[in-house]
Design a protein around this ligand. Sequence first.
Ligand code: NOJ
Length: 534
Amino acid sequence: MGLEWWQTGVVYQIYPRSFQDTDGDGIGDLAGILERADYLSGTLGVDAVWVSPFYPSPMDDFGYDVTDYCDVDPLFGDLATFDRLLAGLHERGLRVILDLVVNHTSDRHPWFAASRSSPDDPKRDWYIWRDPAPDGGPPNNWLAVFGGPAWEWDEATGQYYLHSFLPSQPDLDWRNPEVEEAMFDVVRFWLDRGVDGFRLDVAEFVMKHPDFPDNPPAARGPSDGGAMGANRDMGAYSSLEHRYDKDHPDVHPLYRRMRRLLDSYEPARIAIGEIHLDLEDWLAYYGEDLDEFHLPFNFRLVYTDPTADAIGSLVDRIEGALPTGAWPNWVLGPHHASTRATRFGPDHLRLAALLLLPLRGTPTLISGDDLGLSEAEIAPEDQVDPWGIRVPGQGRDGCRTPMPWEPGPGGGFTTGKPWLPLGPAADARSVAAQMGDPHSILNLYRALLDLRRREPSLHAGAYRRLEAPDGVLAYRREAPGAAGCTVVLNFGEKPEQVGAAGTIAVSTDRRDEGTVVREAVVAPGQAVVLVDAV
Ligand code: NOJ
């Protein structure tokens, strides 16, 4: 049907620290990902991996603070290991998406060291430096996502620099063409090595209002679940509307230029954007002529109540709003609030799987979702995530515990001491334990991924909502010339019946799969995918 791999496939995020350690230091590495490549392509059956940053870094934000964009931190390996990994994943038909941290570098990046060295340094304007306000305080009221003001005073040169995250993550000034050139060189460096695309970290942050006005107080009111800080309480950061510190319209020509660079490669490479904005602003990142991001991440499921009404209207709204030709995508959990911590909660992880994978558009799974890992309680003294340490309640450690591959102390993840403890019930949730249980959540994901790949209606078909009783979300997926599929999810509290006939191909319950039904009877908290008889 002329669709591309990034449209029909499923993306799987790997947080390299937590995936597989091969040298016993308790931290996952690139060789570890290669060691588990058969799991990704064969056992699980995903199509692409997005690997979180592995570049040299002081690890203040565990790699999202880069000191060299064109190398590998020794913790994770080296460039030769990366090349082996890329070749190994490609051999297995997996695409490889790198995480490009565009908005900021580490304060120990040589670019920032130069910029900070003197107001006259040629790299001064690679970052955002401003004089103090008349009272000597920060130039405006902007706040950092990770707590405190977004401005850090530099005593030596008598100016403030902007950091939207940690003070040790200074924001680059993308209005400076030299920054764009340098970053596009980074993009070329990895594309020339053969990577299939990038996931751009906080893509909407890179262009600020050129006059740096104060942000207005946050308007209290319903959010559509897209905007960062509006969709959940992020402490003081949520007290302002982030009107001027990101998403300036000048960002769009920049991403059009980035897209042209990606398109100049054969085959064309793809851009995924981490973008937390309300609907209209978010849609703009597809580009007016679909010439910006292939997949601007759509996080709305993460923040939508798990009810048939809320989710049904969300899906309808997205389906109705997407410009012709724009391809939908769905994420149930970014790595800071993976499915482990969504409103689906531990009781509805199976329902969440049947919600995500049959929807129209590209789904992204976060490693650990496939095992139904739940969020770990991390004692305050064991917290390592800078966000959680600086802003109570925002910690992401509980969603980043290592993958348990087999029962035992290191979970098959490491022979050493894991950098974060293994999560709850790690033995029972390990890959080895779940593979032996036909009803496990891992086997549910495997069945769903397999069904999605086999059925053109699921990976390529249209979406149409069906009438359903209260509490039930039911919809059709149909592709010309292929068997249609009906998806029924019961979010309610009593069993419901939906007039949909077909063979139960995958169900949360698993025991009824293969049964031909005239009507789907779905218990509370359960879901089924039916395939039409052909
Ligand atoms: C968003 C990433 O998802 C998060 O992990 C990181 O800490 C921030 N961007 C800052 O780069």
